[in-house]
Design a binder for this molecule. Structure first.
Ligand code: YRO
Length: 311
């Protein structure tokens, strides 16, 4: 039986539903080329700022039984370098997406304006987990800031664009955010970023496991899958049907990908598992997802996308 796992996000066509999350193995040209040669359906570059950043002191990433914790501090080469890389990455014949994370609204708008001039770039993902104003929460946890950022980006962005969201835990927050998104020009929403400010402790050494921020950091990996699934599901219920949803959080197997698509995801991104396994993860997920679909008698993703059953 032939199984078709192609999909689309906005106007972009993807050969498979999985690609990298912004963060792991997508900062240097070498890493982005590895993603190009892999079975990832798109190439997404690490969130960029105006100026290059070294990021936080090491160790700034650690694995634990439930997943990973990080406080990378936005290490990246600066947006100008990524702009120059996209024409080289074009040879891999898959959509190229730029994650943008200006440290202020002004910076974000500057980067978006410049990126829109790069023909080889297909879409922009705005990382709303950035601290735009000191003393205020990250943009995505401040609905007034979010409304302003989306309005301003919408005014100037000439390419398909979307936002990367942190997890929400309260239905009123989902409703507020969905209203803002439905009134904006986003063509996709990516949820979720890591769970903010977790703490992993090594009991033997009686010590934190990462150096920055007293050991606090964003939590990813298997333990966050139920939160990722709930966020995809809730936004699928609340967002306009022409806004695509990219799911991310705790995907390890083809079965996890299947669950995200059932919840309503059009595509998924792989973070912690990509960091741990390397780019061969995408070929494995392809085999496993096809296996699940064959067993269930599905021949395309549309046959079960969003069709989660209630009890
Ligand atoms: O530390 C990071 O570079 C980082 N890690 C994540 O898990 N998610 C992110 O969005 C980022 C970049 C943004 C920020 C956390 C540094 C503000």
């Amino acid at each position: 039986m032939s199984v078709n796992i192609s999909t689309g996000v906005g106007t972009l066509c993807f050969a498979t539903p999985f690609f990298n999350a912004s963060g792991p193995l997508c900062t240097t040209l070498l890493e982005l080329e590895d993603l190009g040669r892999s079975e990832a359906c798109a190439i997404l570059s690490k969130s960029c700022t105006v100026e290059p950043r070294e990021g936080n002191p090491l160790p700034r990433y650690a694995d634990f039984e439930g997943g990973s914790i990080n406080s990378m501090g936005l290490p990246n080469l600066g947006y100008r370098v990524y702009m120059e890389m996209y024409p080289y990455l074009w040879r891999y014949d898959k959509p190229i997406i730029s994650s943008v994370s200006g440290l202020s609204l002004k910076d974000t708008l500057l980067i978006v304006r410049e990126m829109c001039g790069v023909d080889e770039l297909d879409a922009i993902e705005i990382n709303l987990s950035c601290p735009n104003v000191v003393g205020k929460p990250q943009v995505a946890y401040d609905f007034d800031q979010t409304r302003e950022v989306l309005q301003e980006v919408g005014r100037i962005c000439t390419k398909p664009w979307g936002v990367k969201l942190p997890p929400y835990f309260d239905f009123v927050h989902f409703e507020e955010m969905a209203k803002i998104l439905n009134e904006s020009g986003v063509s996709f929403v990516t949820c979720i970023n890591s769970l903010g400010n977790g703490l992993v402790i090594d009991a033997e050494r009686e010590c934190v496991v990462i150096k920055p921020k007293g050991g606090f950091g964003g939590v990813g990996g298997r333990m966050i899958k139920p939160i990722g699934l709930s966020n995809v599901r809730k936004f699928r219920e609340l967002l306009r049907s022409d806004i695509s949803i990219i799911g991310v959080g705790g995907i390890v197997s083809g079965r996890d990908v299947f669950e995200y698509i059932l919840a309503g995801a059009d595509a998924v991104q792989i973070g912690t598992q990509l960091q741990q396994e390397g780019v061969s993860v995408f070929a494995r997920l392809g085999r496993e997802l096809r296996e699940v679909m064959e067993r269930k008698g599905y021949s395309s993703l549309g046959e079960f996308k969003g069709k989660l059953k209630m009890l």
